[in-house]
Design a protein around this ligand. Structure first.
Ligand code: CU
Length: 156
């Protein structure tokens, strides 16, 4: 009795060990550290006229892994949120999707970064440092140039 039970336990333990080995061996197909490759361009902030400001930029994703912009921090404000514009109304969203091998553009009249309760009013020609935080990628620091209040690179 005792001996048979022991042999059975040993067999179970062996099977479990084999299963573990099977799981951890081999290539799972991921490359590198598995993080999306993000590149930020075209950032600007129109010179604020009140104690709030919008931030605009483009994030390019050069990898096959999608990511999300989840938050933005800056010494300029403790109240920074992500906004989309729907039916000409702004509303807060939790994150912006950055598609694999694609890009997301934050632009006037559309998605933007919203800075509220500014601690100072940056002027045209100055730069505001911000940090973008993502779901997967490491944070990216960006020095955002302050442009004229009506600046809009989409208008030619
Ligand atoms: Cu807004």
């Amino acid at each position: 009795m005792t001996r048979r039970t022991t042999a059975l336990s040993a067999a179970v333990a062996l099977a479990a060990a084999l299963a573990l080995t099977g799981c951890s061996s081999g290539d799972d197909g991921s490359s590198g550290d598995g993080k999306p490759k993000l590149e930020v361009s075209g950032a600007f902030m129109p010179q604020p006229v009140m104690d709030m400001a919008g931030g605009f930029l483009t994030i390019k994703n050069g990898s096959g892994a999608a990511d999300k912009l989840t938050s933005v921090t800056s010494p300029l404000s403790d109240d920074i949120t992500l906004h989309e514009t729907k039916n000409q109304k702004m509303q807060q969203v939790k994150s912006f999707d950055i598609p694999a091998n694609g890009e997301i553009s934050l632009a006037r009249g559309g998605n933007h970064i919203m800075f509220m309760e500014l601690k100072n009013k940056p002027k045209q020609g100055e730069k505001v440092s911000i940090e973008l935080h993502f779901e997967k990628s490491d944070p990216i620091k960006v020095d955002v140039p302050v442009e004229a209040p009506g600046h809009n690179p989409q208008q030619h």
